[in-house]
Ligand binder design. Sequence first.
Ligand SMILES: [Fe+2]
Ligand SMILES: [Fe+2]
Length: 258
Amino acid sequence: MKAAPIYKTNDHRWWIIYDQEEQRVIDSNVYVVESRGEFMILDPGGFEIFPQVFAAVTEIAPPSSIRAAFVSHQDPDIASSLPLWAACNPAMQWYVPKLWDGFIRHYGALDTPFVDIPDEGMDVILGGRKLSLVPAHYLHASANFHVFDAAAKVYFSGDVGAALLPPGHSAFVERRKANEAQEDKAFAEHIAHGARYFHQRWMPSNRAKKDWIERVRNLDIDFLCPQHGAIYAGAHVRRFLDWFDALTVGSALDHNYE
Ligand SMILES: [Fe+2]
Ligand SMILES: [Fe+2]
């Protein structure tokens, strides 16, 4: 895996760690944010890809300098590396959904300090800047959070926005800004990488989806950053929200197993 910058000012930066070599498990992105020398890792990933993620993180910062980790929900591709990170850096503060606290500890971290995120969400102050932990329940997990950094206009969207891309993929959904039709085409080509099935089958609730889209449309977002696939930048953010808005989810309830 490799690290690529998303947003960068003197003392405020975001990176994506992406394109894992190990393809036996679902391809996953990990994100790192730095604010005034303090680092947080977002959805640190699975046990299986820990060596690759750890090597990429060392390009950004000494792992011992990572102050906090954010866990959007309980899935193994999100959080099963927890005991390995905790062994490397026992001082790391873990932000986990309160509902999943006792489940996430099954990964093996009984003594790790957790901050339980309440259902209504909370703010985290990193290097004096605010990160909002935004409720995104039932998208797809019962308790599920995203992270919005209003200063950087970066929105980490967990499994929302996922696509299943082949090895060697880009960190960003392709832009063809000179031509609107070409830009639409680039978006459609990205979505064709399994995004429709992923959202229809993994996301259970149309009501949750509508509620989330209404809230997120009010935010000023330059980069929508999913845990699988590639980043939607600029006008692709609106394209994704429009596409998701029009999609019916919860497909297994219709016995639609395509
Ligand atoms: Fe998940
Ligand atoms: Fe995931």
